[in-house]
Design a protein around this ligand. Structure first.
Ligand SMILES: [Zn+2]
Ligand SMILES: [Zn+2]
Length: 556
């Protein structure tokens, strides 16, 4: 085949939930769309995050021109700090997206060398043979864009994450006109978000939650703790506005919540009226009938603000009977156990708890398109080729079936998985090519070192640093430690001072448990995670080794 061609290479997010990344290559030029992370499943003990394997990008480093970002969610930007030092490539994104990226790079001491290019919806940038127009889409965070990319073989559209929200909180509608314009011109290929393909109908507007939230705010006898994703700037704005209209002030707790609010407010993307904020140190003593606290931690992450509040171990506030807690977020599959355990703690404190699937009327709406919105987009764009993105295989499969049913795809629908390239040729053809290296990389965020594969990681941990298994016997009812903790090790610490370090490690464990509240002690997942983190820090400091730490708790 002569003439130019374009190859799309999915490096993450197809056939798995999270770590979205798609490379587009034409000749000697390549761009990458998004660089997301995935939070590890429970069984990956000791791993903090998971990112895409970028071996293919490293092998083709000299062709790599840019990373282009669709929006500021972790599953689209979270891998950047871990891959940038290897790839050293300019990054394009909207103002808010880049502000969040900047914060991450700062934390990883990578900001000085980073090349960040701000773009805006409605504008176009040219990178090598690619002319990229940013199209505004609605979603659960702000400044999200789809990409319409003119390539040497035709227009390729990548939706990013989207829903079609006709009444967005920030008044910036989904740019249906731009999509229609490209549809009329002719689109070679559409790559589209599949996340909510199992939901019939339309996803409700972000505004749909206001009525119910106002009801709950007005009915709340005491303080309200409202938890949502800290990137849900629309939702946060609604809470700030509602609090004001019902005569309450707002406080913010949790690092990610405070950071994101600061960033959005600093960019003028969040309106916070003067005098409406309670300082953190005043939250505890502020009149609870006039208070709403925004807290991070909807997924019951062990160290998050809400998990700590639920077990009464947060320095800024405590919950009492008749306080209200609203969990305005989806329960992400895999997190059910931890979330329901947290909710149990809240009910034990006689808190009024509202969560998705709990009581009626929406307190949360999704940020992703349902079936009817997907159909509208397919009809508007009428692409020649269609590739479902973002989802596990069943979701990709179902969006392919939906596209088939709509009949708006004139050529072929491709079900690709991570690592499987698709080449578009100059004669209008599309062909699947040999797989490229792709997969998951486990990252221990404390070390910044990447670990190729969980098996290799475990083996290396075991061979170089060994394994440490602290065994703690806790009385289920009293929460007391019955016997001094045992520590079993293999391949760790053969040296003379080893025994002393292990004796001190026992003290570390005892201190961790002592400093936990009675409820934390009854929550094994919390206690295990606290022990793992504290012990990791201690052992690393004493020995510069990072053994695999697997706490075991015995109920006696
Ligand atoms: Zn998103
Ligand atoms: Zn996403």
């Amino acid at each position: 085949m002569n003439g130019p061609s374009v190859t799309a290479i999915p490096l993450g997010g197809l056939g798995e939930f999270g770590m979205n990344m798609l490379a587009l290559r034409s000749g000697d030029d390549m761009i990458v769309i998004d660089a997301g992370l995935m939070f590890p499943e429970q069984e990956l003990l000791g791993v903090d995050i998971v990112i895409p394997d970028v071996t293919y990008l490293k092998q083709n480093k000299r062709m790599l021109r840019a990373i282009v970002l669709t929006h500021a969610h972790e599953d689209h930007i979270g891998a950047i700090p871990y891959i940038l030092s290897d790839l050293d490539v300019p990054i394009y994104g909207t103002q808010f997206t880049l502000a969040i990226v900047r914060k991450k790079l700062e934390e990883h001491a990578l900001l000085d060398s980073a090349r960040l290019h701000e773009v805006a919806a409605g504008t176009t940038t040219t990178i090598g043979p690619f002319q990229i127009e940013y199209l505004h889409v609605t979603h659960s965070t702000i400044e999200c864009v789809a990409l319409a990319i003119r390539t040497p073989v035709g227009v390729i559209i990548h939706t990013g994450d989207y829903k079609i929200d006709p009444t967005p909180v920030d008044g910036k509608p989904f740019d249906l006109h731009a999509f229609a314009r490209y549809g009329q011109e002719g689109v070679l290929a559409l790559f589209a978000d599949s996340t909510n393909v199992e939901r019939p109908g339309f996803t409700p507007s972000e505004r749909a939650v206001v009525v119910r939230l106002e009801e709950l705010f007005r009915a709340a006898p005491e303080k309200v703790v409202f938890s949502c994703f800290s990137s849900s700037i629309h939702r946060i704005q609604q809470v700030i506005d509602l609090a004001r209209s019902v005569g309450r002030k707002v406080g913010f707790v949790g690092r990610s919540m405070v950071d994101n609010i600061e960033i959005a407010h600093g960019l003028g993307k969040l309106r916070i009226p003067d005098g409406s904020v309670v300082r953190p140190q005043d939250i505890r003593t502020f009149d609870s009938k006039r208070l709403v606290v925004l807290a991070s931690g909807t997924q019951a992450e062990p160290m998050s603000a809400l998990s700590r509040i639920a077990v009464d171990n947060h320095r800024l506030l405590s919950l009492n009977a008749n306080d209200t807690v609203i969990l305005s977020a989806r329960i992400i599959p895999g997190n059910e156990k931890a979330i329901f355990r947290m909710i149990d703690h809240l009910f034990r404190r006689r808190v009024l708890v509202y969560y998705e699937g709990g009581r009626s009327a929406p307190i949360h709406v999704s940020g992703h398109a349902s079936q009817e919105e997907m159909k509208i987009l397919l009809q508007l764009i009428r692409p020649k080729y269609f590739v479902p993105l973002h989802g596990e295989y069943r979701q990709l499969f179902q969006q392919a079936a939906l596209a088939e049913q709509v009949g708006a795809v004139s050529g072929q629908i491709f079900l690709l998985e991570t690592g499987q390239p698709l080449e578009f040729t100059s004669d209008g053809g599309a062909y699947q090519r040999e797989p490229v290296p792709a997969g998951r990389v486990m990252v221990d965020s404390g070390s910044l070192e990447e670990i190729e594969d969980v098996v290799i990681r475990d083996r290396r941990h075991l061979s170089e640093d060994g394994v440490v298994v602290p065994i703690i016997a806790i009385d289920k009812h009293s929460g007391k430690i019955e016997i001094s903790p045992e520590i079993v090790t293999r391949g760790f610490l053969p040296s003379d001072d080893g025994q002393q370090i292990l004796t001190d490690a026992r003290e570390v464990i005892l201190r961790t448990i002592e400093q936990s509240s009675p409820e934390e002690k009854m929550d094994w997942s919390v206690i295990k995670e606290k022990i793992r983190v504290d012990l990791k820090r201690y052992l690393n400091k004493q020995t510069s080794k990072r053994p695999l730490i697997l706490p075991v708790i015995l109920e006696v």
